[in-house]
Design a protein around this ligand. Structure first.
Ligand code: SF4
Ligand code: SF4
Ligand code: SF4
Length: 204
């Protein structure tokens, strides 16, 4: 299984900061959107746990300064997430129309979006847990809706000894072994590696 690397997180800084001077860097986000949309059809939120630059930024960089506390349940609520997704779509749509098709200005719309979301991710990541932003990120919500039922993590109850080691490792703070319904599982595989009895496995 592909493991997320710390180096991907550098792209977040490059686009958010250097993009202010070189707006064309914003188009990198289009590549990210396209990849996550395609992978979500087959593997749900796999992109979040294996390829997302901001996921890497949160895991490897924000984690060094995070207070590592419990993520508030309210942030996972679809009453928060779906309106946020809709708001982001409307806001992006409005800003893109205002550019009147000027290439540099379109790039700047993506750069500003990246900078704004990175700032929020940093604030909530420091205040709670590194992956807090990923519990309500509009792109995560989109993947949850498209493919949340794909490539599920299954628990073999006959092997599980309820040691809870899996939950301690889960960056999304999910109920790893007590529930089979985990559309927000980012398929990072950390729980699978941590399980001493090999009770966890992904299945399509
Ligand atoms: S939830 Fe958003 S920021 Fe987090 S890993 Fe997924 S796409 Fe990236
Ligand atoms: S349940 Fe396991 S694979 Fe899914 S996010 Fe948590 S640690 Fe990663
Ligand atoms: S780590 Fe494995 S054995 Fe322990 S609670 Fe999780 S699934 Fe069960």
């Amino acid at each position: 299984m592909l493991k997320i690397t710390p180096y991907l997180g550098i792209f977040v800084l490059i686009v958010s900061i250097a993009g202010l001077w070189f707006p064309l860097l914003g188009y990198f986000l289009l590549l990210v959107f396209a990849t996550l949309m395609i992978t979500s059809i087959f593997r749900g939120r796999w992109f979040c746990g294996n390829l997302c630059p901001r996921g890497s930024f949160n895991d490897f960089w924000v984690s060094k300064i995070s207070r590592s506390r419990k993520i508030p349940k309210s942030l996972r609520s679809f009453w928060v997430r779906v309106p946020l997704l809709a708001l982001m779509m409307v806001f992006m749509g409005y800003r893109l129309i205002s550019t009147q098709g000027i290439i540099n200005q379109i790039g700047m719309v993506f750069v500003v979006m990246c900078l704004m979301t990175t700032t929020i991710a940093l604030i909530v990541g420091i205040s709670f847990s590194p992956r807090t932003w990923c519990t309500f990120c509009p792109m995560g919500t989109m993947q949850n809706i498209i493919g949340g039922h794909k490539y599920k993590l299954h628990v073999d109850d006959s092997k599980c000894i309820n040691c809870n080691k899996c939950e301690k490792k889960c960056p999304m703070q999910l109920e790893v072994h007590t529930s089979d319904h985990k559309p927000d599982c980012i398929k990072c595989g950390r729980c699978v590696t941590a399980c001493p009895t090999k009770a966890l496995a992904f299945k399509n």
